[in-house]
Design a binder for this molecule. Structure first.
Ligand SMILES: [Zn+2]
Ligand SMILES: [Zn+2]
Length: 286
């Protein structure tokens, strides 16, 4: 069974354009659909339309529209829009789209939602998410809290959740490995806080990594301790040698990130270093 990963959203949680912002990149994206970047999410689709979603962004409606242009997805039976979901953590860009899974919208039935025990407790204890659990729209399944945990998410699809350190007001955070081939870490405080970072990147043929900000110049006046993401300049230094033997695709771009414009000198520097920049609906065969 051939599996394909699609990048459903390459933006940071607020996407591009970002609500409330009048920066030039946001104003440009409001009139140029090609410049738009949706909230962070990927999915794994097989030939017969089985589809597993990783994170539910607030842009899930538009992401479904885009998925419906893919014949394999358009052919699937419509009981639930997805066969399973995994949530990495409880920051708004990664789970708030769950509001569409309830009775006011998709009214899903027993949709398996995989997450850490902390995340499951958070969803089960707080409105409006707890209603999704009570009404049987979603069924919470734990990926564990310690170390790596594997789950069989469907035929030929194995997911390993990898705990990573990331600003955790409500829950902990995981990255994931899909079939030990593709690594997805959209949010992490910094690479040095993850002792297995180089080992995990080395193990995977394709890595989609947190690239929220390009450099500290992008954030004048901000306390660096408040920034819970690595800078792209650090990522190029940390994994530059590993970019030769594998695809390292940068993603989760903040609206202020100059690499959102592929013509920028910063984007060119990333490409020259052998890294790729995520594009909306990029298809990655596994
Ligand atoms: Zn995020
Ligand atoms: Zn986050």
């Amino acid at each position: 069974m051939a599996l394909t990963v699609y990048i459903l959203g390459s933006g940071q949680d607020g996407g591009l354009p970002q609500f409330g912002s009048r920066m030039s990149a946001d104003m440009a994206a409001r009139v140029d659909p090609l410049a738009v970047r949706l909230g962070p999410s990927i999915c794994v689709l097989d030939d017969v339309g089985r589809c597993f979603l990783v994170d539910v962004s607030p842009d899930i409606k538009e992401q479904e529209n885009r998925l419906l242009t893919i014949p394999a997805y358009a052919r699937r039976a419509v009981t639930n829009p997805f066969d399973g979901v995994l949530l990495t953590h409880a920051h708004m860009g990664h789970y708030a789209g769950l509001v569409h899974f309830g009775r006011e919208a998709a009214n899903c039935r027993d949709l398996p939602v995989y997450c850490t025990e902390k995340m499951a407790s958070f969803l089960a204890a707080n409105a409006p998410w707890e209603q999704l659990v009570k009404l049987g729209n979603i069924e919470l399944r734990s990926v564990g809290t310690r170390g790596s945990v594997s789950l069989q998410a469907g035929p030929g699809l194995s997911i390993r959740a990898i705990p990573v350190l990331h600003r955790g007001e409500y829950t902990d955070t995981v990255g994931i490995s899909i079939n030990e081939k593709l690594l997805y870490v959209p949010d992490i405080d910094n690479w040095d806080a993850w002792p297995a970072a180089r080992e995990e990147v080395s193990k995977h043929e394709i890595c989609l990594l947190d690239a929220t900000f390009y450099s500290r110049e992008e954030l004048p006046g901000r306390d660096l301790r408040e920034i819970s993401h690595p800078f792209i300049t650090d990522t190029l230094a940390k994994f530059g040698d590993l970019a030769k033997g594998r695809r390292i695709i940068l993603t989760h771009f903040n609206h202020s990130n100059p690499v959102c414009d592929p013509a920028s000198k910063q984007a060119q520097r990333v490409l020259k270093a052998g890294f790729e920049l995520a594009q909306e609906m990029l298809a990655i065969p596994l």
